[in-house]
Write a protein that binds this ligand. Structure first.
Ligand code: GLV
Length: 318
């Protein structure tokens, strides 16, 4: 009998075809986030799952479904999966690093430029019928050249953001748990403490994993240590920023603006942020290109097939 594999959202057919060479593929009939009890029910009898960031794979789930021996997250972030519990229970976990690095860095730099150049605010202004022609002092933004970009989380994506920032004439500093000498040399980025990152950056770009160290790292007190002219950009995970604190900081002009792709209580967005002109809000588009989403789903499928064949999944976490 073939192993059963659950795929929790609609993905590219090529990935499903690859899975079907080795498994009976069960697809969720809903193309929406599953409720915990739906996920539990649909996983019955499955040896492997292809999961999404909204699927919570915690200790309770893994204990209740001992037949699930492998979880392939169709994402690079894996904060939705309890890795310690997986390790303990002997469950293999994989993610999709590499294939989405450049796309996520593109989206990050788009947010940086959009908020600095007031692109989305300008679009709203025009659509509201308010555009009466340009003028020397009309809708002035901030020039990136000569400004300092501070990257919080200098992994693959953070480094790719740094490379792009160089092309816009920005100086790059970064903070991570430790200096990454080789990577930083390649992109000419300077390692700084968290304090220095806050104090020196004209734009802080969050490109870190969500974990116990980064959760809530950007609260009101922290935002107050940024420059009043600075922008905050987050294309990583929403809970790294305390959204109500960010709204307050923006309302009080503690910082100049923000651009977000991810939200603390996703898909909900703090209504106070929605009301602010100097905030760019995108709906978690980091890796959302046809090419990259297909590559991600194929990588997740390859991980599952390798596991089912008794081999080593190419991008194994645990
Ligand atoms: C998307 O959010 C990912 O982690 O790949």
């Amino acid at each position: 009998m073939m192993d059963k594999v659950l795929v929790t959202r609609r993905v590219f057919q090529r990935a499903l075809d690859l899975l079907a060479t080795r498994a009976e593929v069960l697809a969720s009939p809903h193309d929406r986030d599953l409720r915990a009890e739906e996920l539990l029910e649909m996983s019955a009898g499955c040896r492997a799952l292809m999961t999404m960031p909204a699927d919570r794979i915690d200790r309770a789930f893994l204990t209740a479904r001992p037949e699930v021996a492998m979880v392939a997250n169709d994402a690079v972030g894996y904060d939705n999966i309890d890795l310690a519990a997986a390790r303990e229970l002997g469950v293999v976990v994989t993610n999709t690093p590499g294939v989405l690095t450049e796309a996520t860095a593109d989206l990050t730099i788009s947010l940086v430029l959009a908020v600095m150049r007031r692109l989305v605010e300008g679009d709203r202004f025009l659509r509201a019928g308010l555009f009466k022609g340009t003028a020397p002092m009309f809708m002035l933004g901030t020039d990136p050249r000569g400004k300092t970009l501070g990257v919080f989380g200098f992994g693959r994506i953070g480094q790719a953001v740094a490379r792009r920032a160089g092309a816009f004439g920005m100086n790059v500093i970064y903070h991570d748990v430790e200096p990454l000498a080789e990577a930083a040399r390649e992109v000419e980025a300077e390692y700084v403490s968290f304090e220095e990152l806050l104090a020196r950056s004209d734009v802080v770009s969050i490109n870190a994993l969500l974990n116990d160290q980064t959760r809530g790292a950007f609260n009101y007190q922290v935002l107050r240590r940024m420059k009043p002219t600075a922008f905050l950009v987050n294309a990583a995970r929403g809970p790294i920023v305390v959204e109500a604190d960010l709204a307050r900081a923006l309302e009080e002009k503690v910082i100049a603006g923000a651009a977000l792709d991810v939200y603390e209580f996703e898909p909900a967005v703090n209504p106070r942020l929605i009301g602010l002109e100097n905030v760019v809000l995108s709906p978690h588009l980091g890796s959302a290109t046809r090419e990259v989403r297909e590559a991600m789903a194929l990588l997740a499928a390859r991980n599952i097939v390798a596991f089912l064949e008794g081999g080593e999944p190419p991008t194994r976490l645990v």
